[in-house]
Design a protein around this ligand. Structure first.
Ligand code: NAD
Ligand code: 022
Ligand code: ZN
Length: 375
């Protein structure tokens, strides 16, 4: 079939909107009509050429929602008409990782996904006979896309596509980091570095689980109102304090008889390795946990003194908020429908697919929290 798509022709070039050819779903695969897709940092990272694993030409996009319009042989878990969210972290429920119950990083299709291919080693996208690669197993910048059955979460059909697409990455990553990775308990203190599309979801996750003190840290003062909107209780701009941010935050989080200070949980949502160190060092001696969510540039390294860990701080990372996609994503959609979490105010811009490059500009300029493209 033919489908309209925004194609990443080469690194550093704007996406090109064109008609591409798409092969139908094969064994264990589904054809999905994407109704809406968010634009996320990784799409920009790959398009810019900074991603050493970026492959071109490809169809980017990994934060979508849509409808199953056809299924291949052997598909049992979804049918035509089902509303689904594509999963860049699939959930096969059979590989050693899924069975371990210790990680969400399913390995069933990992090798081919990283090569921009479907599990059978082929690409379904082409134009003028030339192969176009898939991206993160999703390629949601195409109106129609083919996905393995294990890489779609079937969700409540009452939910609007132009909002729940954000659950395909940002919302689940932020809320999941709080619930699955950190396992934050009611009454905890937390510090969130970076109040963008991820950090704000960490903040609303902290509010959801009943954290007490939620400190937001951002270099941009405009983020203060954004953080407060979702439950942040204190804001710090590192540029506006005297001296080092770490002792400042440690002092700020001193509570009760404990004169040590430091937060129970800290989250890096910046991608800056400097902020990652600050996040680790501003968590509490003895039990503080610091969760890295931000993706740092290629080749960057984190550092701290080992004493920080010897004295009980824990450094962790999370991919897709530790969420098991087919199990957890439908629950998050239900939380949204029930009003337990908010999405609408974070979607600051809506574009048509023809305008998708504007969405990348808005991200560069720091003007958007999330831009959603509606087909
Ligand atoms: P964003 O650009 O919307 O927000 C980042 C915020 O961090 C901005 O407000 C910026 O002002 C602030 N910031 C930058 N450097 C800072 C510093 N040194 N100290 C304090 N604040 C600082 O980005 P986003 O969409 O929220 O994404 C954040 C990061 O999360 C990105 O690196 C993204 O790739 C990553 N991410 C990771 C996963 C995962 O599964 N681990 C999933 C999605 C996104
Ligand atoms: C999503 N991300 C950042 C912004 N939006 C993001 C990027 C990478 C990962 C998670 C989220 C990630 C963490 C760990 C891995 N990835 C490796 C997983 C594994 O090896 O099992 C990751 C993922 C997909 C791809 C590359 C890296 C890909 O499909 N190309 C989940
Ligand atoms: Zn993303």
């Amino acid at each position: 079939m033919k489908t309209k798509a925004a194609v990443a022709i080469a690194a550093g070039k704007p996406l090109e909107i064109m008609e591409v050819d798409l092969g139908g779903p094969r064994e264990g695969e589904v054809l999905v009509e994407i109704k809406a897709t968010g634009i996320c940092h990784t799409d920009e990272f790959t398009l810019s050429g900074a991603d050493p694993e970026g492959i071109f030409p490809s169809i980017l996009g990994h934060e979508g929602a849509g409808i199953v319009v056809d299924i291949g042989p052997g598909v049992t878990s979804v049918r035509k008409g089902d509303h689904v969210i594509p999963l860049y972290t699939p959930e096969c429920r059979q590989c050693p990782s899924c069975l371990s119950r210790k990680t969400n990083l399913c390995t069933a299709i990992r090798a081919t996904q990283g090569q921009g291919l479907m599990p059978d080693g082929t690409s379904r996208f082409s134009a003028g006979g030339e192969k176009i690669f898939h991206y993160m197993g999703c390629s949601t910048f195409s109106n129609f896309t083919v996905l393995p059955e294990i890489a779609v979460a079937k969700v409540n059909p009452d939910a609007p596509f132009d909002k729940i697409c954000y659950i395909g990455c940002g919302v689940t990553t932020g809320i999941g980091a709080v619930i699955n990775t950190a396992k934050v308990e009611p009454g905890a203190t937390a510090i969130v570095f970076g109040l963008g599309g991820i950090g704000l979801n960490v903040i609303q996750g902290l509010r959801l689980v009943g954290a007490d003190m939620i400190v937001g840290v951002d270099l941009n003062n405009e983020k203060k109102a954004w953080g407060e909107r979702f439950g942040m209780t204190h804001f710090v701009n590192p540029k506006e304090i005297d001296g080092d941010i770490v002792p400042y935050l440690v002092n700020m989080t001193k509570r009760g008889a404990d004169q040590i200070g430091g937060a129970d949980y800290t989250f890096d949502c910046t991608g800056s390795v400097k902020a990652m160190r600050q996040a680790l060092e501003s968590c509490h001696r003895g039990w503080g946990q610091s969760i890295i969510i931000g993706v740092a540039g290629a080749g960057q390294e984190i550092a701290t003194r080992p004493f920080q860990l010897v004295t009980g701080r824990v450094w962790k990372g999370t991919a897709f908020g530790g969420a098991r996609g087919r199990t957890d994503v439908p629950k998050i959609v239900d939380w949204y429908i029930a009003g337990k979490i908010e999405i609408d105010p974070m979607i600051t811009h809506r574009l048509k697919i023809e305008e998708i490059n504007k969405g990348f500009d808005l991200m560069h300029e720091g003007k958007s929290i999330r831009t959603v493209v509606v087909y």
